[in-house]
Design a binder for this molecule. Structure first.
Ligand code: UT7
Length: 332
């Protein structure tokens, strides 16, 4: 009988651009204040990618170069690159292809996954199936978003939330029970009305009018999204614990999407986890969409031990949401 193969995370890496946009600086751009932003979201600053002709791949590439180094991997051995993003460099071709070319992954194929803030966990599950098949040995999942390219800096309800960044993980086969052990995802397309980009797609291609009407930016009905996010992210995180017979004591960390500290708190509360078991980076990066979860893993990597049970969960535009149960595969 052949051994069961699981997809182990064998390394993590990330990249955030140098430029820091603080709450104090935002106070000069829109009518807001540090106290409001901090108490309503938990965000203190976000990183912004400046400069001409730099897309999401510009952040994914250094993140992956670091990942290759950390995992001692030859780019020629990479089988697949999945890039989660809602801000691809171009509508087509896929950003994953640009990344593959830049890192010299000549034997890999690649494609993008568009699932907004759930993009990384959707991609992680998809990538895991390739590893579990036994036919793919090294798969990179990267979440990269240049949210500043679609944020309206005259809209105080959205510009305070988002930031730019990239995070990546390497997946490799494991036969000792480490890696992605369970996942459950949902999407509800009726939620599109509450969170979307109104123009630039095939329904409303770009015109002078769509630009003048500022339709190429994130449109969000914050309060509605908040209500769905709190309920669904908390429920799915609890459900994945329950169906894997995990008690709060068995979970080392919740790795939540970083959209709003209040959503994170509600999720931890539903799971019965104290906040010291929750990875929180929102104060530093804001909401980097596809990059929040891998950036958390990068920043907390030193605290993770082989065998730790961690739950990754997210909610985002679509609506999309889900959770992934991972048994961590290596020591710091
Ligand atoms: O990651 C993708 C999924 N997205 C999310 O999960 C985001 C979910 N939503 C949220 O995180 C929150 O809804 C926001 C952070 C976007 C907004 O927080 P809120 O507590 O829901 O605020 P609100 O929209 O209910 O607005 C409360 C008040 C309003 O004033 P009035 O009408 O009560 O006078 C807003 O105009 O706060 C006002 N407001 C602001 N005040 C200062 C809205 N934005 C700001 C601001 N600074 N930046």
């Amino acid at each position: 009988m052949s051994e069961k193969i699981t997809a182990a995370i064998t390394g993590v890496a990330g990249y955030v651009p140098d430029y820091v946009l603080s709450n104090a600086e935002l106070e000069k751009i829109v009518e807001t204040n540090d106290e409001w932003i901090t108490s309503r979201t938990g965000i203190k600053q976000r990183h912004i990618l400046k400069g001409e002709d730099k897309g999401s791949s510009h952040m994914a590439i250094p993140a992956i170069k670091e990942l290759l180094q950390k995992t001692n991997s030859d780019p020629m051995d990479i089988d697949l690159i999945i890039c989660a993003t809602v801000t691809p460099d171009f509508t087509f071709p896929a950003t994953a292809n640009l990344i593959g070319d830049a890192i010299g992954a000549k034997n890999a194929f690649g494609y993008d996954v568009n699932a907004a803030c759930s993009g990384f966990i959707y991609s992680l599950s998809t990538a895991s199936r390739f590893i579990e098949s036994g036919r793919y040995k090294k798969v990179i999942v990267v979440g990269s978003d240049k949210m500043s390219s679609i944020v309206d800096y005259t809209d105080r309800t959205t510009c305070i939330i988002f930031g730019d960044g990239a995070g990546a993980v390497m997946l490799e086969p494991n036969t000792e029970g480490y890696g992605v052990l369970d996942d459950k995802h949902f999407s509800d397309g009726s939620g599109w009305v509450h969170l979307h980009q109104k123009a630039g797609g095939s329904r409303k291609p770009p015109t002078h009018e769509t630009v003048d009407q500022r339709l190429h930016y994130v449109y969000q009905e914050g309060r509605d999204v908040f209500k769905f996010a709190v309920k669904n992210m908390a429920d799915i995180s609890y459900d994945i614990m329950e169906r894997n017979n995990l008690q709060p004591d068995d979970v080392a960390y919740l790795v939540p999407h970083q959209a709003n500290k209040r959503i994170i708190d509600a999720t931890a509360n539903r799971m019965g986890l104290p906040l010291d078991k929750v990875m929180i980076t929102i104060q530093n990066y804001g909401n980097t969409t596809s990059a929040t979860i891998p950036l958390c893993l990068r920043d907390y990597e030193d605290k993770l031990k082989k065998g730790d049970n961690i739950i990754l969960s997210a909610f985002g535009g679509g609506f999309t949401w889900g959770a992934v149960y991972v048994k961590w595969a290596y020591n710091p």
